[in-house]
Design a protein around this ligand. Sequence first.
Ligand SMILES: Nc1nc2c(c(=O)[nH]1)N[C@H]1C(S)=C(S)[C@@H](COP(=O)(O)OP(=O)(O)OC[C@H]3O[C@@H](n4cnc5c(=O)[nH]c(N)nc54)[C@H](O)[C@@H]3O)O[C@H]1N2
Ligand SMILES: Nc1nc2c(c(=O)[nH]1)N[C@H]1C(S)=C(S)[C@@H](COP(=O)(O)OP(=O)(O)OC[C@H]3O[C@@H](n4cnc5c(=O)[nH]c(N)nc54)[C@H](O)[C@@H]3O)O[C@H]1N2
Ligand code: SF4
Ligand SMILES: [Mo]
Length: 702
Amino acid sequence: MAFTTIPGADGDHVTYCRVCEALCGMVATVEGGRIVKVRPDRDNPHSRGHICVKGPALADVTADPDRVTRPLKRVGGPGEFAPVGWDEALNDIAARLSASIERHGPQSFAMNTGNPPSMGWPSSMGNYLFQRALECTKLFTPSSEDITSVVLATELIFGTHAFVFPDLAQCEHLLIFGSNPLVSHGSLMIAPRFKEDLDAIAERGRVIVVDPRRTETARKFEHVSIIPAGDVWLLGAMLNTILGEGLEDRAFLDAYGAGRDELAAAIGWITPELAAPRCGVEADAIRTLARDFAAAPRAAAMGRIGICRASYSTLTNYFLHLLNLVGGKFHRPGGVGWGHGGTATEAQAKGPGQARHKRHSSRVSGQASVWGTQASLTFLEEMTTPGEGQIRSLLTVGANPVLSMPGGPRLPEGFATLDLMVSIDLYMTETSRHAHYILPATTALEREDINQFFMNHMVRPFAQYVPAVLPPAGEARGEYEILRDLAARMGRGDAFGNMTPFEMADGALQAGIEGQDGLSLARLKANPHGVMIERGRWAFDFEKRIGHADGKIHLWGDIAAEEVARLRREPEPEPDALRLINIRKLRSINSWMHNVEKLVRSDEPRLLIHPADAAVRRIEDGMPVTLSTQWGAIEVVAEVTDEVRPGCVGYPHGWGHGGGWRGANALPGRNLNAITPATPDQAEQVSGMSLLEGFPVEVRAA
Ligand SMILES: Nc1nc2c(c(=O)[nH]1)N[C@H]1C(S)=C(S)[C@@H](COP(=O)(O)OP(=O)(O)OC[C@H]3O[C@@H](n4cnc5c(=O)[nH]c(N)nc54)[C@H](O)[C@@H]3O)O[C@H]1N2
Ligand SMILES: Nc1nc2c(c(=O)[nH]1)N[C@H]1C(S)=C(S)[C@@H](COP(=O)(O)OP(=O)(O)OC[C@H]3O[C@@H](n4cnc5c(=O)[nH]c(N)nc54)[C@H](O)[C@@H]3O)O[C@H]1N2
Ligand code: SF4
Ligand SMILES: [Mo]
């Protein structure tokens, strides 16, 4: 079949989706300058014809008449804009940004970069280089609602933040904590055919899903129902069982680990009997889970956001790593480990270690920062609290914190104090409507791309380059081009160097992935459906990647000790409290695809509540109810279901629209982040992580 590589030309274009981390291959058919059809790319050797409903919907976003396709300048209150030319916009922004930074110092400039740009190579490089160009130290990202706790736990143990993920291809016994890959398609690990992998693991052995909700994944495999935020207890007791019963891989720990005995001594009090009422899993069941895991030769334990944003999220992720290490599952076929090496050399794969974890570092309330990112819960106070380093200018790129950050509805109070706020986005959103300028970005289908950032954590490593399917709509531009141009107009263009992101990627590809020669951009261009990287998952020396100076894997350390001591002082949970969990649904992605009619027409957000909890509150299915905390209240619609366990209610985030997306504005659903814990004291103190799972809420009939 013939394909065209000319953006906008009639015919079939090979591309891949950049909505979620699965990066599924797609073929888009263009006629008369528009995408008329999107189908799965069956010739993509990686996703092999898998897509979900959101992939084709990217074409609807691209063609959405509500998109912003010309630079807009604020001419009145929030949401009141008039179109301006690029030159006028960029010159004015450059002058005002320079003046603000000149006056208030480099610390006064903040960036908030969101999830969608991080899916692309030029878009993420643009953000990174602009941050360098402006010496920006105040970077806000969704990390503190997503991965900060994983990154910190990984750094503490391994001295590197390189992601550790399961070998789905050979695993025979998979424990999943707080992830619903049949819906989310996985995260921090690339596996577009996740469902097929899980089916094959279940065929070979077992898949066990630990979740407070009987999710799509839990329903299909074995489900262990847990009290929200109870994982730290369950994992602690499993570890304790393995160490206490001599089921550990002593040879591995002796050879590579440090601190085994301190660990065993420090967690000896977390017995299955103590843990059981705190996690909702019987003591005997905890022991069995631990013994079965330790005994299975090809076993792996993985976790994702369900265990990343609860209280003790760093310790929980720390325990998860330890379970794999102590159980002898690290860097073994069917176990867990780092990626095949990607395009990074062993030395590059090493993170800068704990140097990037800064405790008590935020200006106002001394919250921790991890991975160069500030805690989201400090965003508002950093804008509104006077003093040196107060945020005075802000650039948002593909982020919608008003909906996606805890306390989002109050952020506009901070935006209103800024000298300058600029948003690069596809839409006038709940956030960008407060900006002084909205600069229109291209969608993923209007950008050429390469999956460079993801190569290091693919279950089956794969490389692909795709040209843009369409030229930019209207006057939209790619983030990289916009930011490079802006930096140049500010006299700070040097950081962007003289290589394009694709020349950089080519250099990295040619520098080589061990075990696979001959990769280059030219080779990827000659193989439009992508190239599988043949290097075996374990074909490298993992010891060389350990980042600690002593070359050891640290099973114990000060921060773990501090968190375990805090856990020991934890009061017993209140038996009658209702605790909230977040939900992801197939037809939504965070806050930005709700203007696509075919996605939302069957995706109304509802508050899931167990029949027993509903009955005592006289709540019936379909009734409006008030969901509240000390931070706010929203009125939502109840769905009475035993899918959630008693004591647990669930709701998705990303709803409650009030931007330039007319369809989305008309939808039911409210902003969950109006009620999530929103003050800095609610952050997990070691990591700055937001508290989004398992916090107490009240629900009553509205
Ligand atoms: N369709 C769709 N796919 C997405 C996204 C989307 O919005 N929609 N978002 C993408 C993004 S940004 C990310 S980061 C990934 C996330 O990928 P996943 O982590 O797989 O995301 P979720 O589907 O939210 O799964 C989290 C699970 O944790 C459970 N959970 C909540 N609290 C607890 C707890 O205390 N303990 C345990 N054990 N479980 C708990 C929830 O019930 C839920 O089933 O998904 C990506 N994929
Ligand atoms: N309560 C609660 N809050 C959460 C979560 C949760 O589960 N519960 N999940 C958290 C997680 S894991 C994440 S990753 C974050 C997501 O939070 P954000 O990263 O802020 O993501 P969105 O809210 O989806 O906003 C994305 C913005 O990017 C714009 N956009 C889309 N494509 C492009 C593009 O190609 N270029 C540019 N420039 N803009 C684009 C969209 O219009 C939208 O305004 O939310 C976090 N917040
Ligand atoms: S699973 Fe869906 S949203 Fe994710 S990359 Fe594939 S098509 Fe896109
Ligand atoms: Mo995320």
